[in-house]
Design a binder for this molecule. Sequence first.
Ligand SMILES: Cc1cc2nc3c(=O)[nH]c(=O)nc-3n(C[C@H](O)[C@H](O)[C@H](O)COP(=O)(O)OP(=O)(O)OC[C@H]3O[C@@H](n4cnc5c(N)ncnc54)[C@H](O)[C@@H]3O)c2cc1C
Length: 284
Amino acid sequence: MQSNVRVQQQEGADIELLSVKQLKQRYPWMNTSGLAGGALGVSGEGWLDAYGMMQGMRRKAIALGATYCSASVAGLLHEGDTIKGVSLCNGEQVHASTVINAAGTGAKTLSASVGIELPVESRKRSVFYFKSPAALKNCPMVIDPSGAYFRPEGEGFITGISPEVDDDPECYDYDVQHELFENLLWPLLAERVPGFEALRLQRSWAGHYDMNLIDQNVIIGEHPAIKNLLFANGFSGHGMQQAPAVGRALSELIVYHAFKTLDLSRLGWNRIIEQRPLIEQNVV
Ligand SMILES: Cc1cc2nc3c(=O)[nH]c(=O)nc-3n(C[C@H](O)[C@H](O)[C@H](O)COP(=O)(O)OP(=O)(O)OC[C@H]3O[C@@H](n4cnc5c(N)ncnc54)[C@H](O)[C@@H]3O)c2cc1C
């Protein structure tokens, strides 16, 4: 945590390391036992509605001249090692000088159609919305050392936790893992915030991480085996916060064939091919 905070501060983020005493002063509702400290974004931080953000980006792109076409991509068209476009499930073909595989959990299948093995699998994550009689003043998004997280949402809170590794198969269904809440989350939440003992679960839903099995980071850019096919896959649960930067990086790759504003080459295919993982330590 200390080294992460150093990196974030060097990049201009307003992050503070808090001692246990400071945590207790700032958040009297928190049980700090078992904690050595905490890192907090003091300003320029927050959370947002991912669907709203996506729609905002979509509308802006349309206003700038982008055309959206609603259809599933059935396969990638290529001649030798050069991509030529995509074929759609309705039988149409779209020809293009560059194609981006941004298909989330559908990306592995598309890659396989041109013989590229993308080390990305679909992993289900359940989210639970609850209300609590306890008022948590100034509650930030809290990530517990156990991996459980919670944050305010409307009049209540949302929370979640990753399942154990051997209870986390490749999965495409949307059945909520209720046992995670009952057996794991609730006891952890009540331990960290005693006021959560009396919480009331209201709603729940499930989505999927496009999990990069090698290092839980995005794979961005071209694969050496095929030209003009760009990848942006394997976000492993943190793709929304990276989306604006990744979109800009992809547009730079298309226009300049190089990264211009942020050099993201460490996140390219080479590290996967050469087995030099860039492990992400902080996946919730
Ligand atoms: C429960 C949950 C909580 C999360 N919380 C956070 C968070 O706090 N912060 C954060 O940064 N990120 C978070 N994420 C991760 C974030 O949502 C993803 O990283 C991000 O959505 C990935 O964006 P994407 O565009 O690559 O893929 P997606 O958003 O999955 O979009 C891919 C799109 O491609 C479409 N598609 C797939 N196959 C095809 C095909 N063959 N033809 C045409 N279209 C296809 C899909 O239908 C989908 O619309 C969370 C994810 C989940 C599930």
